[in-house]
Design a protein around this ligand. Structure first.
Ligand code: 2BA
Ligand code: 2BA
Length: 109
């Protein structure tokens, strides 16, 4: 068994959850926050058999797309105004960042 952790954009998460359930995957959605943009994203947890991992990745690929997001200017802490960028910067946020982990044991009580 594998545990797939997929960090996806908020806008794609509902569609991805529906697609996963349609393809008979069991899923859990967790609200998360990206460290760089400090804005909300979603982490989808999928526990599945090894042979279904590629199918799960395909469903994720088909339902998540990358987008440009504006990063708000942050005023300098500590007064170093030299490094302050006073305008929003565009950052490309990927469709999904995916980790596939081995599951040592799976129990349901
Ligand atoms: P849910 O996905 O909302 O599922 C709630 C209950 O509905 C499940 O209870 C199960 O009895 C039933 N169910 C879910 N998918 C089904 C399906 N395709 N066909 C028939 N019945 C289905 P639990 O199995 O005790 O799971 C409770 C919650 O634990 C799930 O909520 C989900 O959030 C999480 N979960 C369970 N297995 C998971 C897995 N393999 N990967 C990720 N999350 C899992
Ligand atoms: P954030 O950390 O908010 O990052 C959003 C986007 O900002 C990233 O998109 C990337 O394009 C850019 N970015 C992040 N850190 C950067 C840096 N140090 N310098 C320049 N640009 C940077 P993605 O790479 O597609 O990541 C989207 C979200 O996925 C991330 O949100 C984070 O929540 C998660 N993520 C990505 N890689 C991760 C990893 N190795 N471990 C844990 N979470 C990860």
């Amino acid at each position: 068994m594998k545990l797939i952790l997929a960090v996806v954009q908020d806008q794609d998460s509902a569609r991805l959850m529906n697609a996963m359930v349609d393809h008979n995957f069991r899923v859990t959605k967790l609200a998360s926050t990206g460290g760089f943009l400090k804005s909300g994203n979603m982490t989808i947890m999928i526990g599945t058999e090894d042979i279904r991992v590629e199918k799960a990745l395909q469903v994720i690929r088909d339902n998540c797309k990358s987008r440009e997001q504006l990063m708000a200017p942050v005023s300098p802490m500590g007064g170093n105004a030299d490094s302050y960028i006073p305008y929003p910067v565009e950052v490309e946020v990927g469709g999904a960042t995916v980790f596939v982990l081995p599951v040592e044991r799976f129990e349901q009580f």
